[in-house]
Write a protein that binds this ligand. Structure first.
Ligand code: URA
Length: 201
């Protein structure tokens, strides 16, 4: 029996989905996501947001999930958090167009609530396959939700900026750009962590 990243036993259905995803390219994964009804988040979506960026990106960023603007446009980080992210990427000397950006869940959660554990788990095989296809040198986890999902770490403030190796990949947890509005110093920290990400490539 295979284990998920959360060290839970994989269900047969999860194993079947992972098998189906194994030979799929980005376009095919995006199509599967567009037709996905594995969790309740499909009920209210306008568009799915599988992610975007070059297939050979050395850096990948994983956020939490689409908000209102992302749901409308089917693209990640195009609203106010996206504007903040763009500013921070620029300060860190990273060209957004060279980064592949995705999210832990690909459909908007009602009222922008945090995605539930079962929703995160339902979407994870897609994210895993996208990571496999992109095969980035380093992955920035934006905020608590993807940090918990990928690394099982509860506290973003404790681990942010740390380079963490897991399953042969390098992850760096960092603040979510929407969290910067609560504390000015967080912006400097996000820029610093993005620079660390850039140093990995
Ligand atoms: N917040 C996220 O976590 N992801 C997005 O795509 C937009 C806002």
């Amino acid at each position: 029996m295979k284990l998920t990243d959360f060290d839970e036993e994989e269900t047969e259905e999860e194993e079947t989905l992972e098998d189906k995803l194994k030979d799929k390219d980005l376009q095919e994964v995006a199509e599967m996501i567009a037709n996905c009804e594995r969790c309740r988040l499909h009920e209210n979506r306008t568009n799915t947001v599988p992610g975007e960026g070059p297939e050979d990106a050395a850096i990948m960023l994983i956020g939490e999930g689409p908000g209102e603007n992302e749901d409308e446009q089917g693209r990640p980080f195009v609203g106010s958090a996206g504007k903040k992210l763009d500013e921070c990427l620029e300060k860190a000397g990273i060209n957004r167009e060279k980064v592949f950006i995705s999210n832990a869940v690909k459909c908007r959660a009602p009222e922008n609530r945090d995605p539930y554990r079962d929703e995160l788990r339902a979407c994870h095989p897609y994210t895993k396959r996208i990571v496999e296809i992109i095969d980035p040198k380093a992955i920035g986890l934006l905020g608590r939700v993807p940090t918990k999902r990928f690394l099982g770490k509860e506290s973003i403030t404790k681990v942010r900026g740390e380079k963490i190796e897991k399953n042969g990949r390098t992850y760096i947890p960092m603040f979510h750009p929407a969290a910067l509005r609560y504390k000015a110093s967080r912006e400097e920290q996000l820029v610093k962590d993005l620079r660390t990400l850039l140093e990995q490539i």
